[in-house]
Design a binder for this molecule. Structure first.
Ligand SMILES: Cc1ncc(COP(=O)(O)O)c(C=O)c1O
Length: 448
């Protein structure tokens, strides 16, 4: 019987050819760190709804969903029609246009803290702007972030805390930048209080789902503690809802947990599958971008300048406003959550009946797997154990994903994003695929 790797190579000949070409063009042959895969990544030719097909004709249930951008699934007809119609009018006017107003109004209607909005081209740019606004507004320099919480490749908040280090490091970013960054463990209310009481912190930024879209869940009580402590100390709370925005509820995690930050960063679902980001929040903070006629001191020394060729691009605006209206008026968030819950329960049933050491859990429509160790199973869907989930043990990460590709599932990290286009058929196919992948791992002696 061929091995998992041999099967992967045999089934993906077209991808291998493209990967060889890409290796001569891009570092590691890829255009995003998360797309690197060994022995070579799968090259996708087309996608539709909850599925996608590679250049060799293999079909996958897709759990990457445009890195989380596609709550409505691939090619949602209304969104595609709106984007096509916008394209017919021109792709870039270098000027203000009606669609950006509708898009901004829709954000204000849906996002609890949004009194004003500024569009950017990506989530990374949104976090850059939010933190700059926070520093300008408070006149303070320190930023607080949490271990493993991801905010794009923004210089201000990248870097890994190596054991015992006071500051993180990231090659290419001057260490001096980190003098004003404090990295804390999420859930540690006492440590947060100690830092914030010094009253020199401009903002606390966090992923409200917990690090890496809920791979390490955080409790809603901690979100409430952040809100309370930031308010008490004149610090701004920045909720990075680049992933959770319009997913955990039409108004994001903020609506779901009823915690209203000062600023929210948005991207992904915001632009309906096209590039785009935004900062939304209180007017008095966003107004630091305001131009004031005849106030040269304000304009040249106190306001934040903000350009960006593709800010509020009309095609993104058309797709975005259409997607957001569908989400506001429909039950897409709830549908995706329900499918993720069914998937988690079904996987835990499979793991139980097949005596697989592992478990699945989800927060909203973001699901995760632990595999290769005696992971606790949640009572229902959300992680409820005292210990942190460890994910998939390193020795299994690559062969599991190869085996899942061989049988027709594309994971994101150790789980993925469910869309409202996923349904019972995708859940059944995924469980069948996991069953086959587990058999393959066992046949190679990789899984007990
Ligand atoms: C929570 C969070 N913030 C920011 C970003 C950066 O967004 P972008 O990739 O659009 O720059 C991401 C990207 O995955 C993210 O997950």
């Amino acid at each position: 019987m061929p091995s998992i790797l041999e099967t992967y190579e045999a089934m993906h000949g077209g991808s291998r050819v493209l990967a060889a070409q890409a290796a001569t063009v891009f570092p590691s042959g890829v255009t995003h760190d998360a797309r690197a895969f060994s022995p070579f990544p799968v090259y996708i030719q087309r996608a539709d709804g909850p599925r996608k097909w590679d250049v060799d004709g293999n079909e996958y249930v897709d759990y990457i969903g445009g890195h989380g951008a596609l709550l409505l699934g691939h090619n949602r007809p209304e969104v595609m029609a709106a984007a096509r119609a916008a394209m017919e009018r021109g792709t870039h006017f270098g000027a203000s246009h009606d669609l950006e107003i509708q898009w901004g109004q829709q954000v204000i209607q849906m996002v609890p803290c949004a009194e004003r909005v500024r569009f950017t081209s990506s989530g990374t740019e949104a976090t850059m702007m939010a933190l700059r606004l926070a520093r300008a507004y408070t006149g303070r320099e320190r930023l607080v972030k949490f271990v493993e919480h991801f905010h794009g490749w923004n210089d201000q908040v990248v870097g890994h805390l190596v054991e015992d280090d006071e500051h993180p490091h990231s090659v290419g970013v001057p260490d001096a930048l980190y003098e004003h960054l404090t990295v804390l463990r999420d859930g540690d209310e006492a440590a947060l209080e100690t830092v914030l009481k010094r009253r020199d912190t401009a903002a606390v930024i966090l992923e409200p789902s917990g690090a890496h879209w809920g791979t390490h869940p955080v409790s809603p009580e901690f979100l409430r503690a952040i809100r309370r402590l930031t308010a008490e100390t004149g610090t701004l709370m920045v909720m990075d809802e680049v992933i959770t925005g319009f997913r955990m509820a039409p108004g994001g995690a903020s609506e779901r947990y009823d915690v209203i930050p000062d600023l929210t960063t948005l991207a992904k679902i915001l632009a309906g599958g096209f590039p785009g980001g935004a900062v939304a929040g209180r007017s008095e903070i966003l107004d630091f971008i305001e131009l004031r006629e005849a106030d040269t001191d304000w304009n040249s020394r106190r306001r934040i300048a903000h350009q960006g060729t593709f800010n509020a691009n009309p095609v993104s605006a058309a797709a975005g406003v259409t997607a957001l209206r569908l989400i506001a008026e429909g039950d897409h968030c709830a549908q995706a959550d329900a499918t993720a819950a069914l998937l988690v329960r079904s996987l835990n049933d499979l793991f139980r009946t097949a005596s697989v050491p592992g478990s699945a859990f989800a927060t909203s429509s973001m699901w995760h797997v632990n595999l290769g160790y005696a992971a606790p199973k949640p009572a229902d869907v959300e992680w409820d154990a005292a210990e942190e989930p460890h994910g998939i043990v390193p020795a299994l990460t690559r062969p599991l994903r190869q085996a899942l590709y061989n049988h027709g599932v594309d994971l994101m990290g150790n789980g993925g994003m469910v869309s409202s286009a996923h349904g019972e058929r995708e859940v059944a196919d995924t469980v069948r695929t996991f069953r086959a992948a587990i058999d393959d791992l066992r046949a190679e002696g990789l899984l007990g």
